[in-house]
Design a protein around this ligand. Structure first.
Ligand SMILES: Cc1cc2nc3c(=O)[nH]c(=O)nc-3n(C[C@H](O)[C@H](O)[C@H](O)COP(=O)(O)O)c2cc1C
Length: 388
């Protein structure tokens, strides 16, 4: 059904317009009680055996929507209805900005991939903080009335909300930390976890912040700002890295994260490489500048994750993202060391039933495995490989 809709409607539209339309429908569905109930019953029932504990929260499952889909925190409840266990909003920057000129998002359907150079188009930290505060108040009122709030019915557990922050393009690189601090101060209070994004390829100079000399003071400043802004709760802090880092730089970030007491690493963002694009015939699209995501990214993201797990083990929460399409992909990421997994590009191609399919497949794999819980399976693939 969705593949027909994709072929006949979305694929004929400009990808960014299609995104806006699909997202508007998701948000609309969350506002209409009857529709919300129907969707929740179809897409959101969670499997108790997939419940995970991560980043100080109990989550209905390990599978979240990666940053970039809901940049401005406008549709968390609708996305939660579709079965995402966590939703990472952003990237949000200190100041509002329009992003790069259009056209800036491209599909490569035969490769199940996307190329984007959105450039952090977003409403800015103050506006997104205000939106998250409104949502918090609305949920508080709904709880007061005894209803289940935004998620509805058996969806029950609302998604955990991560907030991903990045640098405003106009801010010079030497002032990057202050810009992240502006966002952390405004947003930490609304975040179940906070992510320092230093890995998008579409903001000049951003990825240089992954070098430990730049990353150390940046992470320190964001940690301090979050602690000052939210004195009664330690907001978990993660860093999101690029798949294009050299292996030794992956190790250096891992060591730094442990040293600084970070809570986790998200691996990975999009790649500037163009490997693995075997099928998409249109070389002009392949040549577009930007970050490649989707299936061609799978192997490198998995490799980075595995490397991270071998380095840090269970000391950090590792979040696996990049090219996850099927339940098997997600399962392999968990065996490689991911406590949480995320995806974005496959949502475009798989549609609203994607999270449910993933949950079902994961539950089947867990049942057929020697592990009683998902937590037991985390990193088990690496432990086996080491023992062999
Ligand atoms: C259109 C688009 C926009 C994105 N925007 C962001 C962003 O703002 N911040 C971020 O950290 N990652 C962003 N990403 C990267 C995703 O969060 C994810 O790391 C990457 O796409 C790999 O996952 P996937 O292969 O499942 O898409 C974006 C990805 C896409 C496709």
């Amino acid at each position: 059904m969705y593949s027909l809709l994709f072929k006949t409607v979305f694929a004929r539209m400009d990808p960014e317009k299609a995104h806006r339309l699909a997202f508007a429908l998701i948000r609309l569905a969350a506002c209409l009680p009857v529709v919300r109930g129907l969707i929740a019953a179809r897409y959101a029932p969670r499997r108790e055996e997939l419940r995970v504990h991560a980043l100080g929260r109990s989550m209905p499952g390990p599978f979240g929507l990666a940053a970039g889909f809901d940049k401005n925190a406008e549709g968390i409840d609708g996305l939660s209805l579709l079965g995402f266990d966590h939703v990472e909003v952003g990237t949000v920057t200190g100041q509002a900005q329009p992003g790069n000129p259009r056209k800036r998002l491209f599909r490569l359907p035969p490769d199940r991939a996307l190329i984007n150079r959105m450039g952090f188009n977003n409403d800015g930290s103050a506006a997104v903080a205000a939106r998250l505060a409104d949502r918090g108040r609305a949920r508080g009122r709904a709880r007061g009335r005894g209803s289940s709030g935004g998620s509805g019915g058996s969806a029950g557990a609302a998604a955990v909300v991560g907030v991903n922050i990045g640098k405003t393009k106009a801010v010079p690189e030497e002032d990057a930390a202050a810009d992240y601090v502006t966002s952390a101060r405004a947003l930490a209070v609304h975040a179940d976890y906070l992510v320092v994004n230093v890995s998008s390829p579409n903001t000049p100079g951003l990825r240089a912040l992954q070098a430990t000399e730049a990353l150390r003071p940046l992470l320190g400043a964001v940690r301090e700002a979050a602690d000052e802004a939210v004195p009664d709760r330690r907001v978990p802090l993660l860093v999101k890295i690029a798949p294009d880092l050299a292996d030794e730089d992956v190790d250096a970030v891992a060591d730094l994260a442990v040293e600084l007491g970070l809570d986790g690493i998200i691996a990975t963002n999009t790649t500037i490489a163009r490997d693995g694009l075997g099928l998409s015939g249109d070389p002009s699209v392949v040549a577009e500048t930007g970050g490649l995501s989707g299936a061609p990214l799978r192997e490198r993201s998995l490799e980075v994750l595995r490397r991270l797990y071998l380095r840090v083990g269970d000391r950090l929460t590792l979040v696996g993202v990049g090219g996850i399409t099927t339940a098997e992909d997600a399962w392999q990421r968990i065996l490689a060391g991911a406590r949480l997994v995320q995806g974005y590009s496959a949502f475009v191609y798989e549609g609203p039933g994607w999270a449910r399919k993933l949950h079902e497949g994961l539950a089947e794999r867990l049942a057929a495995s020697p592990y009683a819980t998902l937590a037991e399976a985390v990193g088990a693939g690496n432990r086996k490989a080491e023992a062999a």
